[in-house]
Write a protein that binds this ligand. Structure first.
Ligand code: HEC
Length: 171
């Protein structure tokens, strides 16, 4: 860089710096002037005041020791009491609603319930092992069988019944 260039560069940087400082100062001044004028006008504007009162006026505050029943939130129309998702209540029903999600079409590496070749060696392990794997979950070579097929709310007996149902289908 020639001497002249670096001199120009220095001056140019200085000018830029000064301009930035002026910008910041102007911005701060504008804010403070705005607070005393525009903001004051805004806060006393009837429309603004009405809007705020509309919102604050509705606000309900519960007070200790007083009857606050008026504050109770009414349930939205059409929303009944929460109903627990119905539990399937026998082996085939569990199979249809839960296990079939994977075992019907062999999703996620699950042995298809009608794939006799896939089931023969599994059945050969004995029902105790199959029950255990179905209830506690099982990581096999083909994939992961989640505990109770992901429905841990099912009883062990229902899962066993579903296993029985699957075994019957695979024979
Ligand atoms: C999210 C998918 C999925 C669901 C839902 C599912 N399974 Fe499985 N299941 C698998 C997979 C994957 C395997 C194969 C694991 C392996 O051997 O690689 C398997 C394997 C099995 C086996 C054989 C275990 C063994 O030792 O060979 C049984 C029994 C079984 N499932 C029963 C059930 C029952 C009963 C249900 C319903 C309550 C169910 N599964 C729901 C994915 C699922």
């Amino acid at each position: 860089m020639s001497k002249q260039d670096s001199k120009f560069f220095n001056i140019f940087s200085l000018v830029l710096g000064i301009l930035i400082v002026i910008t910041v100062v102007l911005f701060a001044m504008a804010r403070s002037v705005g607070d005393n004028t525009q903001k004051a006008h805004l806060l006393s504007d009837p429309k603004y005041v009405a809007a705020v009162e509309g919102r604050v006026g509705e606000a309900a505050v519960a007070v200790v020791g007083q009857d606050n029943s008026a504050l109770a939130i009414a349930p939205a129309a059409g929303v009944g009491p929460l109903v627990a998702v119905a539990l399937p209540d026998d082996g085939p029903a569990v199979y249809e609603t839960v296990c079939g999600a994977c075992h019907l079409n062999g999703i996620a590496g699950a042995p298809r319930s009608d794939d006799k070749a896939a089931w023969a060696p599994r059945i050969a392990q004995g029902t105790t092992t199959l029950y255990k794997h179905a209830i506690e979950g099982y990581q096999g070579k083909g994939g992961y069988m989640p505990p109770k097929g992901g429905r841990v709310d099912l009883t062990d007996e229902l899962v066993q019944a579903a296993v029985d149902h699957m075994i019957a289908k695979a024979q």
